[in-house]
Design a protein around this ligand. Structure first.
Ligand SMILES: [Zn+2]
Length: 201
């Protein structure tokens, strides 16, 4: 690596920063009573990665919040068509996306051949996922399936169904609905006759 590579300090400053951020919860091998005074390993070192872990409940909660965020973004529509709760959900999701994607920073790489390379440095995997979502949202590529509510990315902006299967299922349901609408007096209450045309399958 080049001579400019940053090396984190293992000094007192780091230890204080990590303690204050309650890093004890990410080092399950540290006894609870010693979390405030433990000499945590320097971030990004082999010793750090060997001992670092994340509580499963916290991981799952954050993952769920991320899914909720994408779902709200996929349901985006013109403001005039949104209810107040939908507006609140959408703005909350947007704020979360902006917060997470702001943790992706532009950087200049310094290859040994003396050239410049532009790089993006993500402070977490979640930040890099958020930036991917941001780029897809901007192009309208994140959709919610109108049949099974799965969130999916499609190169065709505003795609309605996640798969051929869902598209066929929805079409069949629509046809059956039309048939019922024509023949069931309970449903329509106003059937007055007329020709029935068999729809193609
Ligand atoms: Zn689907």
């Amino acid at each position: 690596m080049g001579i400019f590579q940053w090396k984190p300090s293992s000094g007192k400053l780091w230890r204080n920063i990590w303690r204050k951020a309650h890093m004890g919860q990410y080092f399950s091998s540290v006894p609870v009573g010693e979390r405030e005074t433990w000499a945590y390993p320097t971030p990004l070192t082999p010793d750090f990665w060997k001992n670092y872990s994340e509580p499963v409940a916290q991981f799952v909660t954050v993952a769920r919040e991320f899914v909720d965020m994408i779902t709200a973004l996929a349901r985006f529509k013109p403001e005039s068509e949104m209810s107040e709760p939908e507006k609140f959900e959408f703005l909350t999701a947007r704020n979360r996306l902006l917060y997470l994607s702001s943790q992706v920073n532009p950087s200049l790489g310094l290859p040994e051949d003396g050239s410049w390379v532009r790089e993006w440095v993500c402070t977490s995997q979640l930040a890099s996922f958020a930036m991917m979502v941001m780029l897809d949202v901007e192009r309208g590529l994140i959709n919610e399936c109108a049949n099974c509510q799965t969130i999916f990315v499609s190169s065709a902006a505003r795609a309605k169904y996640c798969s051929d299967r869902c598209r066929r299922t929805a079409l069949q349901r629509e046809r059956r609905g039309r048939k019922r609408g024509m023949y069931s007096p309970l449903k329509t209450g106003s059937y007055t006759g007329g020709e029935y045309t068999q729809l193609e399958d």
